[in-house]
Design a protein around this ligand. Structure first.
Ligand SMILES: *Cc1c(COP(=O)(O)O)cnc(C)c1O
Length: 397
């Protein structure tokens, strides 16, 4: 019999009651170190005082008005993102999937308005994840996402990850854009090499395509810069953003250049909730923290420490850990000898929250505010787990 809650998740039988900083607590008061942040969403940890204050103060003023009216917090947040990035303009939504949907619509409208009506196809990389709308699953093309949901919207050409020859070969007169995650998240914490990002920019320029980055997981400070593409010293045309930008409040954003956004005139797109005053109060509070001088340097430093410690762990346990991969605080351990799906509940029981990703990867997306003590604690738990598995066998189903 179906459960009252639509059973689309295989959930662990644990329920967290509260969180504070990098810690989560269940109903029994047991403490867990959160190295997953609700898929990188709680970028500033749990119950960050500045975010709590922003919600409380705004909740007493006004939560929601429609986008038919001016929303000052929204204008302010857009101005700040424009000042900090390549973008000239920003649209706020409530989720990653919605942001991807707009990015795709923007590519199509751009070429349509320039008189190139048939230029609607977008080249994407295999093992990508672009959210769960029909267009998002079509863009990713993975069997496990699309199975049973035909017919999908047309217009996506999936090529092997980082295969530039395949990108060039996929481009036809109908191609309007290229869309990739600078660091693949769900696909297994796989960074696109910086030279490859630069090559994608060059290919897009050569063919008059818009370059779209899905920074929903790898953006908002996750790699030690506001956006991961910044490491490559290039500028995209459109960036889809969500997750960390709301610190736990559902916020999505699409950042674009003036040219890329030129087709999105009044009436062409909209949202009921997107960018409402409550969301923008939190979003601006997130920016206050992330844009403060020194914040990103700290992320870079603690990320280097964590990566070094994970490398040490790999050297001690080479039979379990094949590779440490990722960028900044988006890190993965490739562990083909134990299914990460089975390893995760074991680690959670030991007090460390992590998650699986594709390609046999154990994924860490800790809050950006972790300190050395948190790193020590995580490494100790992992070390003990791997030693235990070596002696007593890996966790099994
Ligand atoms: C999470 C994610 C999405 C989808 O975001 P939702 O908020 O779940 O709709 C899209 N792309 C990437 C890279 C993601 O990590």
């Amino acid at each position: 019999m179906i459960t009252p809650l639509l059973p689309t998740y295989r959930r662990m039988p644990i329920s967290f009651e509260r969180g504070s900083g990098t810690s989560l607590f269940d109903a029994d008061g047991k403490e867990y170190l959160d190295f997953y942040s609700g898929i990188g969403v709680n970028a500033l940890g749990h119950a960050h005082p500045a975010l709590v204050k922003a919600v409380q103060e705004q909740a007493e003023k006004i939560w929601h008005v429609s986008n038919l009216f001016e929303i000052l917090g929204q204008q302010h947040m857009a101005e700040r993102l424009v000042a900090e990035t390549f973008a000239d303009t920003v649209f706020f939504s409530n989720s990653g999937a919605e942001s991807i949907e707009l990015a795709i619509k923007m590519v199509r409208k751009y070429h349509f308005d320039k008189g190139n009506k048939g230029k609607f196809r977008i080249v994407t990389f295999a093992s990508a994840f672009h959210g769960r709308t029909l267009a998002g699953i079509a863009a990713a093309g993975q069997e496990k996402l699309i199975y049973g949901f035909d017919p999908l919207p047309d217009g996506f050409d999936v090529v092997p990850f980082c295969d530039l020859d395949a990108v060039r070969a996929a481009i036809t007169p109908e191609t309007g854009g290229i869309m990739v995650e600078p660091v693949q998240g769900e696909g297994g914490i796989r960074p696109i090499p910086l030279e490859t990002l630069q090559a994608l920019r060059a290919i897009a320029d050569e063919h008059g395509l818009l370059l779209v980055f899905d920074e929903i997981q790898c953006g908002m400070g996750r790699t030690g810069k506001l956006f991961a593409f910044e490491w490559a010293d290039i500028t995209p045309d459109i960036v889809a953003c969500a997750k960390g930008i709301g610190g736990g409040f559902p916020i999505g954003a699409v950042l674009a250049t003036e040219d890329a956004a030129s087709g999105m005139t009044a009436g062409t797109h909209g949202t009921t909730y997107g960018g409402n005053p409550l969301a923008m109060a939190v979003g601006n509070a997130v920016l206050d923290v992330m844009l403060a001088p020194g914040f990103m340097d700290k992320v870079v430093n603690i990320a280097e420490l964590l990566r070094g410690r994970l490398e040490g762990l790999r050297q001690r346990h080479p039979s379990w850990i094949k590779q440490v991969r990722g960028k900044g605080l988006m890190l993965g351990l490739q562990m083909p000898a134990v299914e990460p799906r089975l390893a995760v509940p074991d680690l959670v029981a030991r007090g460390l929250v992590a998650a699986p990703a594709g390609d046999s990867v154990l994924r860490f997306l800790p809050p950006l505010i972790i300190d050395e003590g948190d790193v020590d604690k995580a490494i100790t738990i992992l070390d003990e787990a791997l030693t235990d598995w070596s002696e007593n066998g890996a966790p099994s189903a």
